[in-house]
Design a protein. Structure first.
Length: 457
């Protein structure tokens, strides 16, 4: 069981980490489904403002993974989104290396479809890269990608949060105009899409700087090895250093891609199929496909003389505050009639206190095997040594010796108050003489005055 955040989201296990927050697999108790929760780890004003911008995005598209809801709890905040378990494009390349051109075209079409919706909302992503493009775990079926991580995205016209002479994004996926300090615009995202396509086709990160220099010095180069010419023409239109020579919209690039796919050769029978597997892993213990698994109720334990003290409760949270065990209540000696033994030994008995009216109880059946941790007769229970520390058993030797020899119980010596006595009436003492005498004198004078007044009538 995990920490329940804001009374709704139960954090289960971390599945990723970004620049400003960690991503957790979580259970939404309200909607009864698993979600991905991004928990903010920094709390400075700059990071909080970016966080607010990101969670405010509400873009619904099958190939966009935008925040769905958010919550705050004390000094922590999070937002949630759909849980995508197939990893990122980086995982796919790590498993297969360069991907077939037709498979890349399918992914590229989905990416441009989602990006066209993002741009239609006036949002520039500014951080398109393989690690931010997630995959559904579809196995050997049709792949399905989701564009994610809008942490540094911004709407056109909004004030920039970046200081002058600074640029945000991932090195190696910057558009040339970004390096010149230009305002974020849609063509910069399209340049990053072209670099991602090269990454998928070649199986390695492209050298963006060398590519830009070659375009500037020699114009559009020929198709690299392994990339069909029709597909390369589309990629070259995305990778033009001049933003005005580049595709201006994702929709235009997608139309060009659709036309190029028709000219690609069909996949051969020897082409290895690409499968996308679950990269998150199984649910931890205590969780099932339908949410947290309720543990069966434990059978009530019968009271027994051999029952050990109950250990302190363990916090259900592995990530939050831990609850401390409450201090044990001090046992109070209670009076009981002779011949009645206590039902259960207290964890910390008051061994040094006399207990009048009690009879020595018979030896417990297990006393011959192991003496109690805190035997009666010890000088002070609070000073008793812990387990594993040798101590002098002389204080408990008479008691334990009786247990080992199995002597019959010895009755306690008779006490005076054990026998019933008639109740004694207790009188309340009167006022002291210094107060009683003047009061009586005043009363007599008043009585005499009253008698005299009656005789005058």
């Amino acid at each position: 069981m995990g920490e329940v955040f804001a009374g709704r989201y139960e954090l289960i296990d971390p599945i990723g980490r970004g620049g400003v927050g960690a991503v957790w697999r979580a259970w939404d108790h309200r909607r009864r489904r698993y979600v991905a929760a991004k928990v903010l780890q920094q709390s400075d004003a700059h990071t909080l403002l970016r966080f607010v911008r990101e969670q405010a995005l509400r873009i619904e598209h099958p190939h966009v993974l935008a925040p769905a809801s958010w919550a705050a709890d004390d000094d922590k905040v999070l937002f949630t989104m759909d849980l995508v378990s197939g990893g990122s494009l980086a995982h796919v390349i790590g498993d297969y290396g360069p991907l077939p051109p037709r498979f890349v075209c399918l992914l590229l079409d989905q990416l441009l479809s989602g990006l066209s919706t993002v741009h239609a909302e006036g949002v520039v992503h500014r951080d398109i890269k393989p690690a931010n493009i997630l995959m559904e775990a579809t196995g050997s079926g049709r792949p399905h990608l989701r564009l994610s991580d809008f942490g540094i995205s911004m709407r056109k016209g909004e004030p920039r949060l970046t200081e002058t002479n600074y640029v945000v994004g991932t090195p190696g996926y910057f558009a040339p105009e970004q390096m010149m300090g230009a305002e974020p615009d849609f063509p910069a995202d399209l340049f990053a899409v072209g670099l991602v396509a090269l990454y998928l086709l070649q199986g390695r990160k492209p050298d963006a700087q060398a590519l830009v220099e070659h375009f500037a010095a020699h114009g559009t180069p020929g198709a690299p090895e392994g990339i069909p010419e029709p597909l390369w023409q589309v990629l070259a239109g995305l990778l033009q250093p001049d933003p005005h020579a580049r595709f201006r919209t994702a929709t235009g690039a997608r139309k060009a891609l659709t036309a190029a796919v028709e000219m690609l050769p069909e996949a051969g029978p020897d082409d290895e199929p690409v499968e996308v597997f679950d990269q998150i892993g199984p649910l931890p213990e205590g969780f099932g496909p339908d949410g947290p698994v309720t543990a069966p109720p434990e059978a009530p334990q019968q009271p027994s003389d051999r029952q050990a003290p109950v250990p302190p409760p363990v916090s259900m949270s592995e990530t939050g505050s831990f609850h401390l065990a409450p201090p044990p209540a001090a046992s109070q000696p209670s009076a009981a009639s002779p011949g009645i033994a206590p039902q259960q030994q207290e964890p910390y008995p008051q061994a040094g206190l006399p207990q009048p009216g009690f009879q020595q109880p018979p030896s417990a059946p297990y006393a011959a095997d192991a003496p109690p941790a805190y035997a009666v007769g010890a000088p002070d229970p609070s000073q008793a040594p812990t387990s594993g520390v040798r101590h002098d058993p002389s204080a408990t030797r008479p008691y334990t010796a009786q247990q080992h020899q199995q002597f019959p119980p010895v009755p306690a010596p008779p006490v005076q108050h054990a026998a019933p006595h008639p109740p004694v009436r207790r009188t309340r003492p009167g006022p002291p003489p210094k107060v009683a005498v003047p009061v009586l004198v005043v009363a007599l004078i008043c009585f005499a005055v009253g008698i005299w007044a009656l005789t005058q009538v």
